[in-house]
Write a protein that binds this ligand. Sequence first.
Ligand SMILES: CC(C)(COP(=O)(O)OP(=O)(O)OC[C@H]1O[C@@H](n2cnc3c(N)ncnc32)[C@H](O)[C@@H]1OP(=O)(O)O)[C@@H](O)C(=O)NCCC(=O)NCCS
Length: 290
Amino acid sequence: MGVGRLEGVRGPWSETLESGSCFDDTAPIMEPLTFKTAITSTKPNEILLRGYPIEELMGNVDFGQAVYLLFRGELPDARVGKLITAIIVSSIDHGPTACSVNGARLSASTGAPLNACVAAGVLNINRYHGGAIEDCAKAILEITGRADAESITLEAATAKVLDEYRARKYRVAGFGHLLHTADPRTPRLFELAKESGACGKYVETCQLIEAALTKQLGKRLPINVDGAIAAVLLELGFEPELMNGFFMIARVPGLIAQAREEMTREKKLRTIIPEAHTYDGPSKRSIGAG
Ligand SMILES: CC(C)(COP(=O)(O)OP(=O)(O)OC[C@H]1O[C@@H](n2cnc3c(N)ncnc32)[C@H](O)[C@@H]1OP(=O)(O)O)[C@@H](O)C(=O)NCCC(=O)NCCS
């Protein structure tokens, strides 16, 4: 054990290497010894996010634009930024019955610190809760791809793909909801997408899936917020594998608020039945009401 072939090469890691505690110099060295990043560069007194000084972004771009910049490398126009922000606002919280939220509250009741409560909530963002965005986007892409490949209409491709899913009892991600029969977030997100010029064949396909599922099942299976986000992010050119990250970004403030409320208002280590909660916040109100 020792510094070995790195002798003479100095960097922030040098002390650890010289102590010999974690470096086996008989192991083959993988080159390069670090990673490349195109996201943020830092040096003393300078932080550049995709090349932009962070202090210039502060106060000049909104959060949605900054997230887009981080993921895509370029600043979007203000309309797209507003749409991304709306996606984030749409999923900021859904009350204690949401699996992520009750995960965070349960951890808070055990005495876990705030970071652990947030982590517990984020760990519950999975295929059937919050993490349906990626699979929904893939289903939409399968349908649009099939329509192109077979030169058939989107409607015909939707019917074909859904028949295949049904045959293997596959639930289409992004559709259905435990509480809502019409998710209030979906039409609003599509309306904002239209205003931003981001409402094309992916949103159309998402709506075709809803119609086809409703016909297939004989009951309304609404596009839920995950499904709506998937369609809109496809319109904006995002890759499906990144998409669940939007839900995580959105939900973290809600997890913090809910965990903190549990810590400060409730008895420790209590039995929590999420559905049995009561609400004692403000009654329904409107931001336009002054
Ligand atoms: C969200 C969800 C769990 C709600 O489930 P639910 O209201 O309890 O629905 P049920 O379990 O009563 O389903 C009844 C039937 O409706 C059908 N169904 C429900 N959701 C379906 C979906 N997304 N795709 C296809 N069929 C579906 C199935 O036929 C189901 O019967 P099954 O149990 O034999 O599969 C469910 O709709 C689902 O799994 N959706 C996909 C995952 C998703 O989008 N999650 C994000 C939620 S915001």
